[in-house]
Write a protein that binds this ligand. Structure first.
Ligand code: HDD
Length: 716
């Protein structure tokens, strides 16, 4: 088992997929700059190419018995150290920690009624993409599972140039105007005097700002909901957030919002899991993405658009250019027109993920911007930040360069790679080289828009309603989601020690819902409020609850299942479940008391047994979606081991599917016993109860099926 799972990280599948590089223009493009660090035919050279005979000893003046001074003339040694000294580049000022993968975008319905963009109209195309997921607040070395918004940045390498949707897993934002971004991020990042806390919003400054800056109310409700702790990058929605525009071949313009909906459904951790994982496996999300792709279980998202005609701009009680508002799906349905799949891991993190650079300003003909004040500011910021991170020629880097021809009169700057022959570095020029493209040749046409107004720093009235949609969000949550939200806010305010901060936040929550405010006040230590603030009309919108995004066909594919065994496990139950999980494309992991061979019931020393992937102390239940324990005499030993009992009890507490057969049934039963909350596991009957525990007194093939079915529904 061990060797099989270990191969995950250098999977043969990856090689098979590399074969596809020649059909994928972006993979073909980057392959020109790719070399293989495992090439045993290659010989070590300096960066200037001369072969090196010794890379372990600095050139010195020494004898066999006496070490002497190091010589500066050792260019190879100096190069090694110099290169190392300069390996780091500035980390992203936000979204520093992330993970990315390559994939493809296929359109199944043309949107030519609203846009002329080839990527959204030509259903015969497959467009290469790169997607980088991220957390917002933490430094590059922080943990994946912290409570935070997740970035969802997609680069479409289209035939007409790169199109970047730099989105998040939450459809709204904390601020309406880009000028507030620095305040928002300063307030949310570690406090400046002591630089704590890392990657968390649970501190005075963040909540001080949230209260004083009331337009953030809707967004903080989302961030405190289960959306803030996704189970996997593969199980999150993605949103363009801002309002963009689409223009069709007739020159008609529409407003648009972009949506990505995961086919695996939207799933989240429970807070205790997320907290523990941040220490137990800080790379959990990064590894989860890598694992699924390298095992060939490719994550996919349906791509959808919400569009409005220009004439509908003022039809709503919110401003459609306000990024703190959603367009409720009941009012503006999502039209799903394509699918995005991630199907190839990066070969090298730094060059392909750290150097990936997105910009909201990257659009292609047929796609444009609205006057959304947040988007307008973003268009300025992204280009600027890439110059500071990567230098002015950042768009030439392999991961960033388009797959279509690039030709213009831009020249020079640090680290310029392109060599442009000839004298024409200006326009117009006597060679008529690289003239602007006519619209008929695909030249970008800015939508002619009549603009009139007064130069002012004000916004329209509708931008001033900061509460209605926070109420809409709260009203639309399912009872468990509401419970989680209360706990999350309770946790955050518990970490604020300034009463001004937490007392005021309770006032703000009163504006949303008095019961919410009362429940949080209890945990925050604030006086219990008695009066609802702003009236709550009780409106709801189904798409705001994650329950609306349960996968239409629940699947166990790519779910991690831990199979706990010790010497004397029942091989029939073990092999049956293991094979069934594999067949269903789940990822089974065998966990034992040691990583050396564990023997099956009836096997004696030297028997084949099975070599576990991990031992009980090496992993924790938090790292798996489900656990299974086969029966057998091994239970006699396992049930006396505190760590094993903890595995089961913790998984039960985290609402995970648990399966057991034979003697293991009683172990599970005892481990999960909580006053007034037991499950019935009796005799030789399969018993499925509402807590997701499946047991079978006897090892029967049907019970394996039950386990798998239950695991499919785990946590939904
Ligand atoms: Fe931003 C990075 C998403 C508002 C300024 N942002 C960044 C990334 C994502 C977002 C996903 C990481 C991209 C990557 O993986 O490299 N940002 C958003 C969303 C916003 C938003 C969905 C609201 C709708 N951002 C926003 C504003 C500003 C910025 C208002 C500035 C005025 N964002 C940046 C930045 C970053 C960035 C400083 C840091 C690294 C980078 O750009 O490439 O320019």
């Amino acid at each position: 088992m061990q060797t099989e799972m270990a191969s995950t990280l250098s999977s043969g599948l990856q090689k098979v997929m590399d074969g596809a590089a020649f059909q994928n223009p972006k993979l073909a493009d980057i392959s020109k700059d790719t070399k293989d660090s495992h090439d045993s035919n290659a010989r070590l050279t300096t960066d200037w190419g001369s072969k090196v005979s010794d890379t372990d000893h600095w050139l010195t003046v020494s004898t066999e018995d006496q070490y002497g001074p190091a010589l500066l003339e050792d260019g190879h040694a100096r190069e090694k150290i110099h290169r190392f000294d300069h390996e780091r580049i500035p980390e992203r000022v936000v979204h520093a920690r992330g993970a990315g993968a390559f994939g493809t975008f296929k359109l199944y319905e043309s949107a030519q009624d609203v846009t002329s963009a080839g990527v959204l109209t030509d259903t015969s195309r497959t467009t290469p993409v790169f997607l980088r997921f991220s957390t917002v607040l933490g430094s590059r070395g922080s943990a994946d599972t912290v409570r935070d918004v997740r970035g969802f940045a997609v680069k479409f390498y289209t035939e007409e140039g790169n199109w970047d949707i730099v989105g998040n897993d939450i459809p709204v934002f904390f601020i309406q105007d880009a000028i507030k971004f620095t305040d928002l991020i300063h307030a949310a990042k570690p406090e400046p005097d002591v630089e704590v806390p890392q990657a968390q919003t649970a501190h005075n400054n963040f909540w001080d700002f949230q209260y004083l800056h009331s337009e953030a109310t809707h967004m903080f409700m989302w961030a405190m909901s289960d959306r803030g702790i996704p189970r996997s990058y593969r199980m999150m929605q993605g949103f363009g957030v801002n309002t963009y525009t689409l223009t069709n071949a007739k020159g008609e313009r529409h407003f648009v919002k972009f949506h990505f909906t995961p086919t695996l459904g939207v799933h989240s951790f429970v807070w205790d899991e997320a907290l523990k994982l941040a220490g137990q496996d800080p790379d959990f999300h990064r590894k989860d993405l890598y694992e699924a792709i390298s095992q060939g279980v490719f994550p996919t998202w349906k791509f959808g658009i919400q569009t409005l005609e220009e004439s509908q701009e003022h039809d709503f009680d919110f401003d459609i250019l306000d990024a703190t508002k959603v367009w409720p799906e009941e009012m503006v349905p999502i039209r799903y027109i394509g699918e995005l799949e991630l199907n190839r891991n990066v070969d090298e993190y730094f060059t392909q993920t750290e150097q990936a650079a997105f910009a909201t300003g990257h659009v292609v003909p047929g796609i444009g911007f609205s006057d959304d004040p947040l988007l307008q500011g973003r268009n300025f910021s992204y280009f600027d930040t890439q110059v500071s991170r990567l230098g002015i020629n950042w768009e030439e880097l392999p991961i960033n360069r388009p797959v279509c021809p690039v030709m213009n009169q831009n020249r020079d700057g640090q680290k310029r790679h392109t060599i442009t022959k000839g004298k024409a570095n200006y326009w117009p020029n006597r060679w008529e080289s690289a003239p602007p493209a006519k619209p008929s040749e695909g030249g970008y046409v800015d939508h002619p828009e009549k603009v009139a107004g007064i130069k002012t720093r004000l916004k329209s009235q509708k931008f001033k309603d900061h509460i209605s949609q926070a109420q809409l969000f709260w009203n639309s949550q399912s009872p468990p989601e509401k419970m989680h939200l209360i706990s999350a806010l309770g946790f955050e305010l518990d970490h604020c020690d300034d009463p001004v901060v937490y007392n005021r936040m309770i006032e703000r929550l009163c504006d949303i819902d008095i019961e919410l405010a009362q429940a949080v006040a209890e945990k925050a230590g604030a006086p219990t409020p008695t009066k609802q603030g702003k009236p709550n009309a009780g409106n709801q919108s189904a798409g705001l609850s994650i329950t609306a995004y349960n996968a239409p066909k629940p699947t166990i594919a790519s779910r991690r299942v831990a199979i706990l065994i010790g010497d004397g496990y029942d091989p029939v139950a073990f092999n049956g479940v293991y094979a069934a999980l594999k067949a269903a494309k789940a990822f089974p992991f065998v966990i034992g008391p040691k990583r050396q061979t564990v023997l099956a019931e009836g096997e004696s020393k030297g028997g084949k047994g099975v070599q576990p992937d991990h031992h009980f102390e090496g992993m924790r239940s938090t790292m798996f979606d489900s656990i299974f324990i086969p029966g057998g005499p091994h239970i006699e030993t396992l049930r006396k081991q505190g760590r094993v009992v903890h595995w089961v009890r913790e998984a039960f507490g985290h609402l995970k599917a648990i399966g057991a057969t034979g003697e293991a049934v009683n172990l599970v039963k005892t481990a999960c016993e909580v006053d007034g909350m037991t499950f019935s596991a009796a005799g030789s009957h399969d018993v499925v109860d509402s807590y997701g525990v499946v047991t079978a007194g006897a090892a029967k093939p049907e019970s394996f099926k039950e386990t798998i079915n239950m695991a499919k529904g785990a946590k939904d």
